[in-house]
Design a protein around this ligand. Structure first.
Ligand code: PPS
Length: 611
């Protein structure tokens, strides 16, 4: 037998096993053990977390088998004894394991009756290349025999493209024998290998309470290719690799409820009825999919977008056997959908997008720290700003509000890149996002930059301002907005009833979350990024007229600006007289609070003498 050279990746395998009879118990454990042995030869640091659902009367027999399995050392079992074989949502078992997925290179989600023993694992791993998600073909045992090949009906799978038999037909032999992986927009969850870090991010978003609170496990595989394309524009999102995993087809979970009612859909009555669903229905989605979006995902635009990303592919390609007449017709109609990517590069559109670079300059606030004035100057110097979101209140190139707005952040890195692609090829040296609220979200910024080749190029500027003056500036800003538009639902409404001392005092008592506790935020920025990448300026000492901020910024960026002296342009100056009010207020403040707030300034070595 040929010697195996072990691979270095660590794989986390997640699977469910339902055992109703002693015979099944024996078979299932034997199958599991041989699959575990097969994988451990290739990837010795892999781990199996298995959800065993066992009939109560099999307790003793199961316990003995489990003892045998545990000797291997690569199994963590989750055991549930039950008398029921009703359908269960396997992601309920997966949810508590999501954070651990990040400790592994890959997560393999697979049905227990989908084999690894006998599967060309190494070839699969090689051929999938850098794909974020990849899956093989499957072939049901018995169907691989000649009589199966001869049968007209190509198997029982809903998605026939993933059925190995059509690939093995003589006319398709080249694709199959040369094992040409194909870009896919849908990989079924019967056997799906996901990048570990992507899996953490995706399942955190996709396993909503509503989804977990019911029995269907539809959803994740319908949306994950869209999500991968969004978050990893530099890699192939999903790939189907034409190698075969044998399918034992032992599934025995019941699709109907005990009263004989169909439960195989996400709506109160199955199949989903238009009348039960919102009037504003997504273009191009089948009713069951709209139901899924509505009942599990609150009609969220993100899920709709990911679902739509696979809908056409599922209906027009995945549904048909490889090389069949209908498949070929659809290939002709939707020719951009079925590219073979021999090298498993990202698609041309996504490659184009990946030419766009992340901003190399982030001006992260703080809010009311003078960021608009500094931005104006940088724009005058030719720095390239963002294309704003169409739906937002910020319509200029300064503030994209990507890291601080959850809905936007979830759209992923490719969305962020979209807003800077117009900067590609411009003569300017810097591309900048100057959203002050990013200061509170260092983790989000790091998440987007961490794997980027430009991470080391990134420069971050923070403008700190003495907290009470900052609050007063914000208060005045809110008062101005209120006087123009007294909307009782607006974010600034609290200033209609609160005086400045009330406003500021309440905020100071917000505790550890208080946004002017600069030190706690700054220390996180320093954890994620090299301190050399961060310039912290104090508004009072380095931004106000007569201070050397322009030169300090030029030195920090290693760039000579045309205008590197003098004051910044005066912008957004609040008309309200404030000095007196501010000083009066400072006197009533608890000095401990102030000291703690000013720790941020100490971190950057600013003088505290004012205090
Ligand atoms: N040139 C110049 N130099 C120094 N300070 C200036 C300058 N231009 C504007 N400002 C003052 O900056 C305060 C607004 O800060 P931001 O632009 O960061 O506000 S925002 O977070 O973007 O809304 C706001 O402070 P307050 O006047 O205290 O409200 C602006 O007046």
């Amino acid at each position: 037998m040929a010697r195996i050279t072990p691979r270095k990746e660590c794989i986390l395998v997640l699977t469910n096993l339902l055992m109703k009879t002693e015979e099944q118990l024996n078979d299932n454990i034997a199958t599991l053990e041989s699959d575990m042995r097969a994988l451990s030869q290739w990837n010795p640091c892999s781990k199996w977390k298995v959800n065993f659902v066992v009939r109560t009367n099999l307790k003793l027999a199961f316990a003995e088998k489990l003892r045998g399995l545990m000797k291997r050392g690569d199994l963590e079992p989750f055991v549930r004894y039950t008398g029921s074989s009703a359908r269960f949502n396997k992601f309920v078992f997966i949810k508590p394991l999501v954070q651990q997925m990040g400790d592994y290179d890959y997560v393999l989600l697979k049905d227990a009756d989908q084999r690894i023993a006998g599967f060309p694992w190494n070839t699969f791993m090689e051929k999938k290349g850098e794909s974020v998600i990849s899956g093989p073909l499957r072939e049901t045992v018995g169907e691989s025999l000649l009589k199966g090949m001869a049968r007209k009906n190509l198997g029982q799978q809903w998605y026939q493209l993933h059925d190995a038999r059509s690939w093995k037909k003589p006319e398709n032999a080249e694709d199959f024998e040369l094992i040409k992986p194909r870009a896919a927009e849908f990989i079924e969850q019967y056997f799906a290998l996901l990048e570990g870090r992507f899996a953490v991010w995706f399942f955190e978003v996709a396993l909503t309470d509503e989804f977990l609170d019911q029995r269907l496990d539809w959803g994740p595989d319908l949306t994950w290719c869209g999500a991968a394309a969004d978050t990893r524009p530099d890699k192939p999102a999903c790939s189907l690799v034409p190698v075969v995993s044998e399918h034992l087809d032992t599934r025995e979970i019941e699709k109907d409820s005990t009263e004989g009612k169909k439960i195989d859909c996400p709506c109160p009555t199955c199949p989903c009825q238009a009348a039960d669903l919102p009037k504003q229905q997504s273009r191009g989605l089948a009713l069951n999919m709209i139901g899924l979006l509505h009942y599990f995902y609150h009609d969220g635009s993100l899920f709709e977008r990911w679902m739509l990303a696979s809908e056409e592919y599922r209906n027009n390609f995945a549904h048909y056997g490889f090389g069949t007449e209908q498949y070929k017709k659809n290939v002709a109609r939707f020719s951009n959908k079925t590219k073979t990517h021999h090298t498993l590069d990202a698609s041309p559109e996504r490659k184009n997008l990946s030419k766009a670079r992340l901003p190399d300059l982030l001006l992260i606030g703080v809010q009311k720290g003078g960021s608009t004035a500094v931005t104006e100057w940088l724009f005058e110097e030719g720095v390239c700003g963002a294309t704003p979101f169409q739906d937002g209140v910020f319509s200029g190139p300064k503030e994209l509000h990507f890291f601080d707005e959850d809905e936007r952040f979830r759209l992923g890195k490719s969305e962020y890149l979209q807003h800077f692609k117009h900067c590609v090829g411009k003569k300017t040296r810097f591309t900048m996002d100057a959203t002050p609220d990013s200061f509170w979200y260092p983790e989000h910024v790091y998440e987007v930059y961490k794997d980027d080749p430009d991470l080391d190029r990134l420069k971050i500027i923070v403008l700190l301002r003495e907290p009470i003056a900052r609050e007063l500036s914000l208060y005045n800003h809110m008062r101005n907005l209120w006087s123009k538009d007294p909307d009782p639902k607006a974010w600034y409404r609290r200033v209609s009833t609160e005086s400045f001392p009330e406003f500021a005092k309440k905020k100071l008592r917000d505790g550890a979350d208080y946004k002017s506790y600069y030190a706690q935020y700054l220390s996180r920025w320093f954890q994620f990024f090299d301190p050399q990448q961060i310039l912290v300026l104090s508004y009072e000492h380095e931004v106000l007229p007569g201070t050397p901020a322009k030169q300090r910024i030029g030195d920090f960026l290693g760039h000579s600006f045309r205008d590197d002296k003098g004051a910044f342009p005066r912008v957004q100056v609040n008309p309200t007289a404030k000095e007196e009010l501010m000083h009066a207020y400072k006197r009533v403040l608890d000095s401990k609070v102030l000291v703690s707030m000013m720790d941020g300034s100490r971190l950057v070595g600013s003088a505290e003498s004012e205090w």
